[in-house]
Design a protein around this ligand. Sequence first.
Ligand SMILES: Cc1cc2nc3c(=O)[nH]c(=O)nc-3n(C[C@H](O)[C@H](O)[C@H](O)COP(=O)(O)O)c2cc1C
Length: 200
Amino acid sequence: MNMNIVAISGSLRKGSYNTALLRAAQKLAPELNIEILDISTLPIYNQDVEAANYPAEAKALREKIASADGVLIATPEFNRTPPGPLKNFLDWSSRPESEPLPWEGKPVGVLGASSSARGASFAQYDIRRIMSYFNAHPMGTAGILSRPCGRKIRRRPELDRSKINRGPQKVPSDIYGSRRERTKSIRTIKNAKSENAISG
Ligand SMILES: Cc1cc2nc3c(=O)[nH]c(=O)nc-3n(C[C@H](O)[C@H](O)[C@H](O)COP(=O)(O)O)c2cc1C
């Protein structure tokens, strides 16, 4: 099955470990079409700007999220929280209020790389919390990477299965699994409804 996954790195840094994680996911899950989106051109969220002229960049990103089969988010951690550009993107994506939220029911894999041993775990938790608020479907899998993995990314940007933990590979396959499971659940509900209709 061909699936379209969009991926967002919370880091704007050229040598970002988090962006490297998403590139690794592209390589480790070649059966998925993973497109890395650019959030760097978004203006800082301001309700006046939204009211005057909703930015075209934000609209394009919203549409990418809405039409994707799943989303991957790789977040750094700044002062125990996700970095500003990522939060800014999430805020834009939740607006305008009059439009349906593009995240509804969307499977979302959350990864994080950090230069510290904490591995962006607080930031990842925050992103999952926001995803739950958006009625998305955040995966349970944590792709936590700490300093030793950071060194691996730096030394071996071509990353392969043996050089990194299973995070980037496992999350896309979880997205695949979750969609399959959801389809199965929908089928079960439909079958139950038609059986009820027959017996009722
Ligand atoms: C302002 C600032 C705050 C940071 N705070 C944390 C932190 O709270 N926890 C952590 O694990 N790393 C922290 N770091 C280190 C980042 O994890 C590290 O810079 C990482 O490489 C950023 O991700 P990137 O490689 O994708 O750009 C901080 C870095 C900066 C610049």
